[in-house]
Design a protein around this ligand. Structure first.
Ligand SMILES: CCCCCCCCCCCCCCCC(=O)SCCNC(=O)CCNC(=O)[C@H](O)C(C)(C)COP(=O)(O)OP(=O)(O)OC[C@H]1O[C@@H](n2cnc3c(N)ncnc32)[C@H](O)[C@@H]1OP(=O)(O)O
Length: 169
């Protein structure tokens, strides 16, 4: 299987915030943003693997800024690391100022997807070769995040989370 770069999975999803997608104080529902990120991330994971993909976990979401009604929201998703069958997808979310058009980072999120066959069994995915400094940093940290996610899900014993433990030593 030929290795790929994060850029090959880049998925950009831009949409505005409608009244039905806001909370009582006129800002975007967190769940609406989670759903948009799930869609963008699943397309990125699919572009990397060219297989059926399922969301295995939502590892991290930071809602750093409120997103007001009418905002133009762009989710940029890329596979940051591929393991055997799982892929970490890193997302940056930008909002666009209505007057100036200037973009600012409002959120970040990290989801894990697993490539599966038609019967739902995990299948191998291509390796990934990071190119930019940011891609390399995200790639390096992804194993720690995978171990944390597995420990929290009860799928790995803390004593086996070697990369994670190394952070505290
Ligand atoms: C082409 C361009 C245009 C395309 C345009 C169309 C695109 C259109 C796409 C539509 C795509 C829709 C995408 C919707 C995505 C859903 O919404 S899917 C619905 C929600 N998700 C689910 O229902 C998944 C349910 N869970 C499962 O099926 C199983 O638990 C899983 C995720 C397959 C894992 O199975 P398992 O038995 O735990 O398997 P196991 O071998 O132990 O683990 C497999 C891998 O998962 C990892 N893993 C398992 N749990 C975790 C966890 N909690 N954290 C981190 N990693 C984990 C393991 O470490 C392992 O990784 P590798 O070492 O193999 O890399």
């Amino acid at each position: 299987m030929q290795a790929k770069t994060p850029q090959q999975s880049l998925t950009i999803y831009t949409d505005m915030v409608l009244p039905s997608e806001t909370n009582p104080i006129g800002n975007m529902f967190g769940g609406e943003l989670l759903a948009r990120m799930d869609r963008a991330a699943s397309i990125a994971a699919r572009r990397h693997s060219r297989r059926i993909v399922v969301t295995a976990s939502v590892n991290h979401v930071a809602f750093n800024k409120m997103i007001p009604l009418g905002s133009v929201v762009t989710v940029e998703a890329k596979v940051s690391r591929a393991f055997s069958s799982s892929m970490e997808v890193y997302m940056d979310v930008f909002i666009e100022d209505r007057e100036s058009g200037e973009r600012s980072l409002s959120n970040e999120a990290i989801y894990t997807f697993v490539a599966v066959d038609e019967t739902g069994n995990p299948v191998r995915v291509p390796e990934i070769v990071p190119e930019t400094e940011l891609e390399k940093a995200r790639f390096e940290a992804a194993l720690r995040r995978k171990q944390l996610s597995l420990v929290l899900a009860g799928k790995m014993k803390p004593k086996d989370a070697t990369e994670l433990k190394a952070l505290f030593q």
